[in-house]
Design a protein around this ligand. Structure first.
Ligand code: NAD
Length: 252
């Protein structure tokens, strides 16, 4: 059986880098993409196995999304697994603005990356797989517990953009089904990554950890494990779902 090809956005750091590593270990050839080409290259170079490639990709740039998909399909093969990890927070906790004080430009920028960027990648994946189907296609997009909870300390643009991811994935699940594609989201709680540390310095986690029954931050590879499971052939009957990886921060 030929190797499955996975394309990971935001693969240069944190959860995306951990996901690229796990998918490579599971036997995928990985297209590691990131806004920061050097970070994508470094991650791709460190993956186990062979056949991986790095691409500079700003998911907010429509023409780049198309171009990188085309390059990856030509150079590695048809993408079977799309993982959307790229994301930004413009106004990190602990002091995001009230809605009344928010800049519309920040809302637009956050949505351009976190919501529209996921849409562009999902659209490109759907177009490619409509042209040439693959077995067991998978879409996994990263939302956030903040979207499920309304966020306690996050900004409205970030929280709403992550809610858009959950909704978009449900539509992709309905429409992808006829092409053998599942679509799911993963909603992490607080995870020890550069994005988290930009908002919460080391030593300042205390108040947040008081809300997490497991009493610690999650690690990127713990989120990657959920993503890799959803990306696997074994997860073929899970679609339209959101998997929580949050230490119990939010329970249904
Ligand atoms: N760390 C957490 O606590 C946490 C919690 C919930 C959700 N998330 C989500 O998980 C995802 C991964 O975040 P992380 O914590 O690993 O952060 P991170 O900052 O370590 O990684 C994010 C990566 O996305 C890349 N990126 C940013 N803008 C981009 C763009 N326009 N195009 C392509 N790449 C871009 C960055 O260069 C970076 O490599 C994000 O979507 C984030 O919102 C993180």
């Amino acid at each position: 059986m030929s190797r499955r090809v996975a394309l990971v956005t935001g693969g240069g750091s944190g959860i995306g880098a951990a996901t690229a590593a796990l998918l490579a270990r599971d036997g995928c050839a990985v297209a590691v993409t990131d806004l920061r080409a050097d970070a994508a290259r470094a991650v791709a170079a460190g993956l186990s196995g062979s056949g991986h490639r790095a691409y500079a990709l700003d998911v907010a740039e429509e023409s780049r999304v198309s171009a990188v998909f085309a390059d990856a399909e030509r150079e590695i093969g048809p993408v079977a697994v799309l993982v959307c990890c790229a994301g930004i927070i413009i106004s990190p906790p602990p002091a995001p603005p009230d809605i009344a004080d928010m800049e519309a430009a920040n809302w637009d920028r956050t949505f351009a990356v976190n919501a529209r960027g996921v849409f562009l990648c999902v659209r490109e994946f759907m177009r490619a797989r409509r042209r040439s189907p693959v077995a067991d296609g998978r879409i996994v997009a990263i939302s956030s517990a903040a979207a499920q909870l309304g966020g306690y300390r996050g900004s409205a643009d970030y929280i709403a953009s992550k809610a858009a991811v959950i909704a978009l994935v449900k539509v992709a699940a309905r429409q992808g089904a006829k092409h053998g594609i599942t679509a799911n989201s993963v909603a992490p709680g607080p995870i020890e990554t550069p994005m988290y540390r930009a908002a919460v310095p080391v030593g300042a986690e205390g108040p947040m950890l008081g809300l997490v029954p497991l009493g610690r931050l999650g690690q990127p590879d713990e989120v990657a494990a959920a993503i890799a499971f959803l990306a696997s052939r074994e997860a073929g009957y899970i679609t339209g779902s959101t998997i929580d990886v949050n230490g119990g921060y939010r329970m249904q």
